[in-house]
Ligand binder design. Structure first.
Ligand SMILES: Nc1ncnc2c1ncn2[C@@H]1O[C@H](COP(=O)(O)OP(=O)(O)OP(=O)(O)O)[C@@H](O)[C@H]1O
Ligand SMILES: [Mg+2]
Length: 585
């Protein structure tokens, strides 16, 4: 007899379970998705001991016919598709017909269900996939699934489970996500007898965000409702001040299914850049993309978290537009700017961003390429950032300077438009670009010597930070030496064509860096550059000479994306004459 044998059904199911059921949260996912597919409006999840001893999902969906219940736990048994072609028009969460069989094979599974047509409900109990009990029972319309003793017959898998609290955390996170995608379903989550989460199912995403993230977040969000080419994107994004340190609050649903997709994430990054988040931070968004099922393939991986879009670049562009135009609707005073205009603007930005990898001769593009740490980073380092900016400056912009409002906002007229420029935010943006370009090209010479060197006494923590990062200070243009035990001597500060109080720039930067400590070195550099730019920038209420104003405006207006400071706050708002006359008449 040969060595190759056919596996028995239990083994096959257990292997399949390995693909989708790694931990209790995956069971919850599969059961809840089945409940959603059954058209439920109310779903309750009950957990005991992190799901290890009990996972119970109660729904009020259409139920399962008595004769179908045993089939439901058979492998490859599904009511949702009949052939692979059906996938192109399937919007249900499930279609593989594997989840229940997998779960049944590694637990004790009880199914109780009743359809509207049945007088009585039916109950089936299975252990390791074998039906051990089947009887009629009284119950409401809908289905209750009870999974007990998960992994009881796969001890290795059981051993890999984390503590109950951790397993429950995975479950909770997932239930909350699914509630965000299914706003018309009322979810309830109970852990060891205590209710820990509830959604109303009233369809309002802000109400739910209030519950999950609190009042402040729910009030700062911007609504997204964007339609293009059969694609409808809805949800919320964070405003400019809500950027996060991680990607945890970037949630994408595709036809209500939570997916991970790098292409979409990077499209969002682009859209937020300079328009939403600060440097090294991530935008906040919870967005659902609704589109025809034949635009993508979801059958890439058994967990259905991955997806392949047929027309990636188009989806990339549309996702970008959805986010960017929503950001702009807040940042621009041109709230009522015509939609078409906004769309053009967004498209221009988009073209600019996507082209900058290929257009080698455009100076600003290069600066941005440096800024974005792209693959071409090394090449860009050779470039003299300052030269680039100077060259750009030669392209003078014609404007009429109208004055400064409240000692804070510079007013200029260009063509048919009036610009109000926040002097601090604008200067900060400019300095950021410049300092960063210098930093990246390692121009240590970018230091302006001080007439008299200054010595500052520092605290232990401060001196440690300087010692550990002395090169970073030098790279950015601080001509700095350690001086005795606890002091530093500063001979020069970053050259930024502007009179600054060197002491403030140095000490404030240090202070800021120490107050918000972060982990990785790349982050430190990014933040350092942004901080120096911020501290060196002119403040509001500082009087600028006409020459300084001219410098600022000329430099700013030649930047392609002058509209936000590195922290994401708007630098500039503009009105057109048309808008003003519309409002006045
Ligand atoms: N809560 C429920 N309410 C109604 N029917 C259900 C429920 N749960 C399961 N079913 C029925 O049992 C079948 C098998 O469920 P199972 O989760 O194994 O497969 P699926 O959902 O079709 O596909 P997938 O493996 O991709 O989840 C479903 O097709 C559905 O007909
Ligand atoms: Mg399913």
């Amino acid at each position: 007899m040969g060595n190759i044998v056919l596996l028995d059904d239990l083994t096959i199911n257990q292997i399949a379970a390995g693909e989708v059921i790694e931990r209790p949260a995956n069971v919850v996912k599969e059961l809840v998705e089945n409940a959603i597919d059954a058209g439920s409006t109310s779903i309750t999840v009950e957990i005991k001991q992190g799901g290890k001893t009990l996972i119970k999902v109660i729904d009020n969906g259409k139920g399962i016919l008595k004769e179908d219940i045993p089939n439901a736990i058979e492998r490859h048994a599904t009511s949702k598709i009949k052939s692979i072609e059906d996938l192109e028009k399937t919007y249900t969460m499930g279609f593989r017909g594997e989840a229940l069989a997998s779960i049944a094979s590694i637990s004790k599974l009880t199914i109780m269900s009743k359809t509207a047509d049945d007088e009585l409900g039916f109950k089936v109990v299975s252990e390791a996939g074998n039906i051990v009990e089947a009887e009629e029972t009284g119950c409401k319309i809908g289905t209750t699934m009870i999974v007990e003793n998960l992994f009881f017959n796969t001890p290795v898998r059981y051993k890999f489970l984390k503590q109950d609290a951790t397993e429950f955390k995975f479950i909770k996170e997932w239930v909350q996500k699914v509630a965000l995608a299914n706003l018309n379903i009322a979810f309830k989550l109970i852990n060891d007898g205590k209710q820990v989460f509830q959604s109303t199912g009233n369809g309002n995403i802000r109400d739910l965000i209030y519950v999950l993230y609190g009042k402040e977040t729910s009030e700062s969000l911007i609504d997204v409702d964007y339609k293009e080419e059969n694609i409808h994107i809805t949800g919320v994004i964070g405003n400019t001040l809500m950027a996060r340190e991680t990607r945890k609050d970037q949630i994408i649903f595709l036809n209500k299914r939570n997916i991970r997709n790098q292409m979409l994430t990077s499209s969002a990054d682009q859209a937020f850049k300079g328009g939403g988040t600060g440097i090294g931070k991530f935008g906040f968004f919870i967005l659902n993309l609704e589109m025809p099922a034949d635009y993508y393939d979801i059958n890439v991986h058994p967990t259905k978290m991955e997806v392949r879009f047929k027309n990636e670049s188009e989806i990339y562009r549309i996702f970008y537009h959805a986010i960017k135009s929503s950001i702009l609707s807040k940042d621009f005073l041109g709230n009522n700017e015509q939609e078409e205009k906004k769309k053009d603007y967004v498209q221009n930005e988009f073209n600019f961003l996507t082209n900058h990898f290929s257009t080698q001769n455009n100076a600003i593009n290069r600066i941005h390429a440096v800024e974005e740490n792209t693959a071409s980073d090394n090449e860009e380092k050779q470039e003299d950032g300052q030269e680039l900016i100077k060259r750009e400056n030669q392209r003078k912009v014609d404007y009429i300077y109208k004055g400064i409002l409240f000692r804070t906002y510079i007013v200029v007229e260009i063509g048919n438009e009036i610009y109000l420029i926040d002097q601090h935010a604008a200067h900060e943006r400019l300095l950021y670009e410049k300092i960063r370009a210098n930093y990246k090209s390692n121009l240590k010479t970018n230091s302006q010597m001080m007439l008299v060197p200054e010595v500052y006494d520092l605290t232990h923590k401060e001196i440690e930070f300087v010692k550990n990062n002395i090169e970073m200070f030098q790279n950015i243009g601080f001509d700095i030496e350690l001086f005795g035990e606890n002091s530093v001597k500063i001979n020069g500060i970053p050259d930024i064509d502007y009179r600054v109080n060197s002491k403030n720039v140095f000490l404030d930067t240090l202070d800021e860096m120490l107050t918000n400590e972060r982990s990785t070195s790349k982050d430190i550099e990014e933040r350092f550059i942004a901080t120096v730019a911020c501290k060196a920038a002119v403040k509001a209420n500082m009087d600028l000479t006409p020459q300084e104003v001219d410098n600022l405006i000329q430099n700013l207006l030649t930047l392609k994306n002058p509209y936000t400071c590195p922290h994401g706050r708007p630098t500039t708002i503009k009105f057109s004459k048309e808008e003003i006359s519309k409002r006045i008449n």
